[in-house]
Ligand binder design. Structure first.
Ligand SMILES: Cc1cc2nc3c(=O)[nH]c(=O)nc-3n(C[C@H](O)[C@H](O)[C@H](O)COP(=O)(O)OP(=O)(O)OC[C@H]3O[C@@H](n4cnc5c(N)ncnc54)[C@H](O)[C@@H]3O)c2cc1C
Length: 471
């Protein structure tokens, strides 16, 4: 591992910029095919101790879910039921704005206008595409789990529950999960008691319904660290703490290479940038740049004492704080750094616009209210224990991370530049489905390198051109 210093690197292979979930899974795929890889990241090696940025994969807590529903439920409801007004209101007012409206830039307002422009019909069409990507992703994840068990052992629970807090949501959920082929079975009262004992106190006074669905949960930080070690062992070179500051073009508009913050230049046969939410100037000139905005989510970690939660859950809820920003939550068992069992809860949408900016403390507090409300109501005992131990601090989140989000909720697969710097591709932008869809992107990148037609293209920008209001 090294840090570039005013050098010129012309890598005879593929350069991957960004080591989040999306490029990491792409890296594993390409390395298994024998492609020589160079991976560059602005941040430090995640295997080393130290503070984390708000980049999505490592910035959030240690849990992600792969289901057939990732990315999709977040847009149908807001557009149809809310008249697209969620970006007019802050989280405190039940909207999705994570910054004061006066701080929105022109580019942010344009992004919001694009979001409003996508018709319900196009959203439905995109919805079907996204489910197809999730299905592709889930099948590939299962293949990876069986082929490379060392990456997953002890950090993966290969089952998933959907939990509902009222009968109407439960019935609608069963219908929806059946429609996409995700439904497996209803949980009986005894099974609910066995699987959801950690929520017994809530269930004794309120409605609790649950179904088994296709999918799994994973402690993603372990997966990242093991994947990096695997890549390193198979010869991948890493450059850490090195920000790509510019995607350089020739005067004729050809891609001439990457320029890092310290002036070094990097090129390769192919260059794949998967930046999460891009830094301000990184992708200037790339058509996908204007589509990638940040939507922060919050995390709260509770102790997993007493009757432990062992199965990951996707929760559908209502009647909680900041309702529209938090109609769903992921609840995933895991381990704290000291090895003690914990529950990671994630939820919330807080639009922060085109920069990966820190949410100001007062806005983080609004997001925190969403998470604390859920934790306090559903896991009152664990919440109280967490407070006693100082793990849970009122008004504060365990972590915040910012996911890349496009106005149409479709990912990006933007390969419109090539030149002496190599063939250039930008991937990402999956809102809440980046982990689930990562293997579908990996397949697409490998097909793109081969020169064959890629499987995700129709679902991603620019082919999913409703994203820019082209229809
Ligand atoms: C609260 C929350 C819960 C979520 N839960 C789920 C879930 O259950 N299932 C799911 O599928 N998805 C989930 N997601 C989304 C998922 O976590 C993200 O889509 C995914 O982690 C994004 O990965 P990425 O590789 O695209 O970006 P990131 O993880 O953000 O990685 C990008 C990397 O690129 C680097 N980088 C950026 N710019 C540069 C530059 N200029 N030069 C060099 N390096 C650069 C960054 O340092 C970073 O390491 C969730 C998101 C949130 C916020």
């Amino acid at each position: 591992m090294s840090t570039a210093a005013h050098s010129t690197i012309d890598h005879d292979g593929v350069v991957l910029v960004g080591t989040g979930a999306v490029n990491l899974v792409t890296g594993i795929r390409l390395s298994r095919l024998g492609v020589p890889l160079l991976m560059v990241d602005a941040g430090p090696d995640p295997r080393l101790p130290g503070p984390r940025s708000q980049a999505c994969t490592m910035g959030g807590c240690d849990g992600r879910i792969v289901s057939l529903n990732e990315s999709r439920h977040h847009f149908l409801k807001p557009t149809q039921d809310m008249g697209c007004t969620q970006f007019d209101r802050t989280i405190a007012d039940g909207g999705w704005l994570g910054v004061p409206p006066q701080r929105l830039r022109d580019s942010d307002r344009e992004w919001i206008a694009k979001f409003r422009d996508v018709s319900p019909l196009d959203y439905r069409r995109l919805n079907d595409h996204l489910i197809g990507c999730n299905r592709h992703g889930l099948a590939r994840w299962r293949q990876l789990i069986s082929e490379l068990p060392d990456l997953f052992e002890g950090i993966t629970v290969e089952r998933l529950l959907r939990v509902y807090l009222n009968p109407a949501a439960h019935a609608a959920g069963v219908e929806g999960e059946r429609a996409i082929g995700a439904f497996i079975s209803e949980l009986s009262a005894d099974e609910i008691d066995a699987e959801l004992g950690a929520m017994a106190e809530y269930g004794s006074r309120s409605y609790l319904g649950a179904i088994r669905v296709q999918g799994f949960g994973i402690n993603v930080h372990g997966f990242v660290c093991r994947s990096l070690s695997r890549l390193e062992q198979s010869g991948t070179r890493f450059i850490w703490n090195t920000e790509v500051a510019e995607v350089a073009m020739t005067p004729g508009g050809e891609f001439s290479g990457l320029v890092t913050g310290d002036g070094s230049r990097i090129s390769g046969t192919h260059v794949v940038i998967s930046p999460g939410v891009p830094r301000p100037n990184t992708l200037l000139g790339m058509p996908s740049r204007e589509l990638l905005a940040g939507v922060a989510g919050g995390w709260l970690t509770l102790p997993n004492d007493g009757r432990r939660l062992e199965t990951p859950i996707k929760l559908t809820r209502d009647g909680f704080a900041a309702d529209e920003s938090s109609a769903g939550a992921n609840i995933i068992p895991g381990r704290a750094p000291d090895g003690s069992p914990v529950i990671h809860i994630s939820s919330g949408h807080a639009y922060v616009g085109a920069d990966l900016e820190l949410l100001e403390p007062e806005w983080q507090a609004d997001l925190a209210r969403v998470l604390h409300d859920t934790a306090r109501q559903l896991f009152p005992g664990q919440y109280a224990t967490g407070r006693e131990r100082g793990l849970v601090v009122p008004g504060r989140l365990s972590r915040v991370c910012v996911r890349p989000w496009t106005p149409s909720c479709a990912g990006v697969f933007d390969d419109q530049a090539e030149g002496p710097g190599g063939r250039l591709l930008v991937t990402g932008g999956h809102n809440t489905g980046g982990f689930a869809q990562a293997p579908a992107v990996a397949d697409a990148v490998s097909e793109w390198i081969d020169g064959s037609e890629t499987s995700v293209r129709d679902s991603y920008f620019p082919r999913a051109d409703v994203a820019v209001g082209a229809r």
